[in-house]
Design a protein. Structure first.
Length: 507
């Protein structure tokens, strides 16, 4: 058989072998793929020797390198030995120097492989850290933007707990916030998000995954939902805990550092309480402190996936906790300023500015739900001031305001309009109901003892009240409601004072 024929057979077999190996590599494991590759190289060396009586040292070196890369140094050394034996038995190229060269090549290849794998692992680690840090920075940015858009405490709390628990956020299963009250002596549960059981958590995850909710989507959903995780929040809002030395909440706030509770310390009654109420096995607590002001605590845990809480996980939450503390404190300060702007300085009741804002809110829905207004004026108050002095007059105004607050319902609003005039706004209230409340106020004031009240024309301090309701108005506006109530109040004074008149009575 001619050399050309041998060459063609060799080429054809090589192509067949390449196609065959390429086909089966998709059918077997990675380990078998590596083994097939080594066997293919070995077969090529044998065929070269058989057909062409040529042994390529470069092919042998490639075989040793591939073997070492694929199966570590031990296989590389074995292949080196096998090749050396093969060369000794079937060729004339064997010598000890060549064997030594193969062994050194195998060892060198192994160390090079270790170096490459180490660099590869480092790059993978850096890549994961970069992705993780990028994700966290994006979360911090989104949360910061959303917090800057509001001073409402409830919304701020929702943003915090949602961003800590959302998959697109920091990814914990559950979070809850308790805020400091009573000059820093107690903490009170405010809001939480997350499941009470693992099954409940899996249902929520399935819904989020199915709809591919983003972090901002979840926060907006929480805004629309007045009942977030009702079972969890019912328990949280019942929490009112005294900050005593030794309990984990006190320690976190006092030492200004987060703690991981890998196991429940049964000697700590508060830890035991949380474990019992919320089925906690492991959790972490973060103090919410800004500029030395203790605002509250953030508590997180993983009751669904049972993922351990690590120091690395703690580090990812700390910036969020710091942001949360600042936002909550700013909300408190804003509320204080708002109260100062909306409250009457003498009586503590809401003022005219507050009335304009609140009344417009209810006027918008007054066609569907009746809105009533009571206007109240102290009878002969000029006489009271002239007789008893303005300081005593101020005290009388304060007492009247206190009686009004005690006489109205939880959802009603009391305002001082100026001088001796007061207004009460009653949402979802018709005229007969408002008239009954007005009469209650009148009687309570009449029965109250006011210093200097006996010098009044009736022998006591009294008030006149006018009642109006949007149900009886053709044009429903704030000004029209006030104007109507003022007209009715005037009629109450005309009818002798110390009485209640309603718009219906005058029609």
């Amino acid at each position: 058989m001619s050399t050309e024929t041998f060459f063609l057979i060799f080429i054809g077999f090589s192509i067949f072998l390449a196609v065959f190996v390429n086909y089966i590599r998709f059918k077997v494991t990675t380990r078998l793929n590596k083994l097939f590759l080594i066997m293919s190289f070995s077969l090529l060396i044998v065929l070269q020797e058989y057909f062409f009586e040529v042994t390529s040292i470069l092919t042998i070196i490639s075989l040793i390198i591939i073997s070492t890369f694929s199966f570590q140094i031990y296989v590389g050394l074995i292949i080196s030995g096998v090749v050396a034996i093969y060369l000794a038995l079937f060729t004339t190229k064997f010598n000890l120097f060549l064997l030594f060269t193969f062994i050194v090549l195998s060892i060198g290849t192994r160390f090079f492989t270790i170096f490459i794998n180490k660099r590869k692992n480092e790059q993978e680690l850096y890549k994961k850290l970069l992705v993780k840090n990028s994700k966290e920075l994006n979360v911090y940015r989104e949360v910061s933007i959303m917090m800057q858009r509001t001073y409402e405490l409830e919304r701020i709390l929702k943003i915090i707990v949602t961003s800590v628990t959302a998959g697109h956020g920091l990814g914990f299963n559950r979070a809850m916030i308790l805020l400091v009250i009573n000059d820093g002596t107690r903490v009170q549960g405010k809001l939480g998000v997350g499941p009470m059981t693992a099954d409940e958590g899996f249902v929520a995850w399935e819904l989020i995954t199915k709809n591919r909710y983003r972090l901002i989507d979840l926060i907006e959903m929480q805004d629309e939902d007045d009942q977030i995780d009702p079972q969890l929040n019912k328990l949280i809002k019942e929490l009112d805990i005294k900050l005593e030395k030794g309990n984990f909440l006190f320690n976190a706030l006092e030492n200004e550092m987060p703690y991981i509770m890998n196991e429940i310390d049964k000697s700590d009654e508060i830890q035991s309480l949380f474990a019992r109420l919320f089925n906690m096995e492991e959790f972490a607590v973060f103090p919410l402190i800004t500029q030395g002001v203790k605002v509250g605590v953030l508590i997180i845990d993983n009751p669904v996936n049972k993922k351990p809480i690590t120091s690395e996980a703690i580090d990812s939450v700390i910036p969020m906790a710091n942001q949360a503390a600042i936002a909550i404190q700013q909300s408190h300060l804003y509320k204080q300023v708002e109260n100062m702007a909306w409250k009457d300085g003498l009586t503590g009741l809401l003022n005219q500015r507050a009335f304009q804002t609140i009344s417009e809110k209810y006027i918008a829905t007054a066609r569907k739900e009746a809105l009533s207004l009571i206007m109240l004026d102290i009878d002969y108050f000029k006489n009271f001031n002239d007789t008893n002095g303005h300081l005593q007059g101020n005290q009388a105004l304060i007492q009247v305001a206190q009686i009004i607050e005690k006489s109205v319902r939880k959802d009603d609003y009391a305002f001082r309009f100026g001088g001796e005039e007061f207004v009460i706004l009653l949402p979802k209230t018709n005229e007969p109901e408002a008239t009954a409340i007005a009469e209650r106020i009148r009687v309570n004031i009449q029965e109250e003892k006011f210093q200097g009240g006996d010098k009044q024309p009736f022998g006591m301090l009294t008030v006149s009240l006018g009642v109006a309701s949007t149900a009886n108005l053709k044009t429903v506006t704030t000004n029209k409601l006030i104007e109507t109530a003022d007209q009715v109040l005037y009629e109450a004074k005309v009818f002798g004072r110390n009485n209640v008149k309603s718009y219906t009575e005058l029609i």
